[in-house]
Ligand binder design. Structure first.
Ligand code: IMP
Ligand code: MG
Length: 180
């Protein structure tokens, strides 16, 4: 599909599934080099990262744990500063662990800053961020984002887990908002 319409907006194909998977494999290789002897905890952030987390984990062949949290911040097509969390991870599953947060996209950085504080409060040993997408021009925080599968411009995107008002998460390619 070259175009999709979700609610009132039309999106055009931007990154193919093939290219996404190719970049995820490169990221998995980086993670192998840096964490293969550390038994890290991968913490996937629902809902947006479910597809990325599933694909990434298929290429991780060293011992690791995986857990999930659920946070949300977005309303429509713009980021909001208020973050709500509706699924928690137990303190003892985080304590003294090397944690790799799995995000779908880092935009302003509010969400990863929130998660960084959340994991520090649970006494994580070290916290790293792995994201499918990063919008460098929108990022406002100091926290380093060291594991990025793909950098994109400041466009609103859907697909491969990402939504526009809950639609589009099921799409296997990534689509961007069409200029009107
Ligand atoms: P941040 O807190 O501003 O960095 O935003 C991060 C969260 O907003 C991500 O985890 C996404 O769920 C959502 N988000 C940011 N940009 C987009 C986008 O272009 N499309 C869909 N969701 C997005
Ligand atoms: Mg998200």
């Amino acid at each position: 599909m070259q175009e999709v319409t979700l609610h009132d907006k039309t999106f055009t194909k931007f990154i193919s599934e093939e290219e996404i998977i190719r970049n995820i494999k490169v990221l998995a290789e980086q993670l192998k080099n840096d964490f293969s002897d550390q038994n890290p905890l991968f913490l996937a952030v629902l809902n947006g990262s479910f597809m990325f987390a599933a694909e990434l984990m298929k290429h991780i062949e060293f011992p690791c744990e995986i857990q999930f949290v659920k946070v949300s911040s977005y309303q429509g097509t713009s980021s909001s500063e208020s973050i709500s969390q509706s699924l928690d991870v137990a303190d003892e599953l985080v304590k003294h662990k090397t944690v790799i947060v799995i995000e779908d996209i880092v935009d302003t950085g509010h969400t990863i800053e929130y998660l960084n504080n959340y994991l520090q409060n649970k006494n994580a040993k070290k916290i790293h961020i792995a994201t499918l997408l990063l919008k460098p021009d929108a990022y406002k925080k100091e926290l380093p984002v060291n594991y990025v599968a793909m950098k994109i411009p400041n466009d609103f995107v859907v697909g491969y887990g990402l939504d526009y008002d809950q639609l589009g998460r099921n799409l296997k390619h990534i689509y961007k908002l069409k200029e009107q």
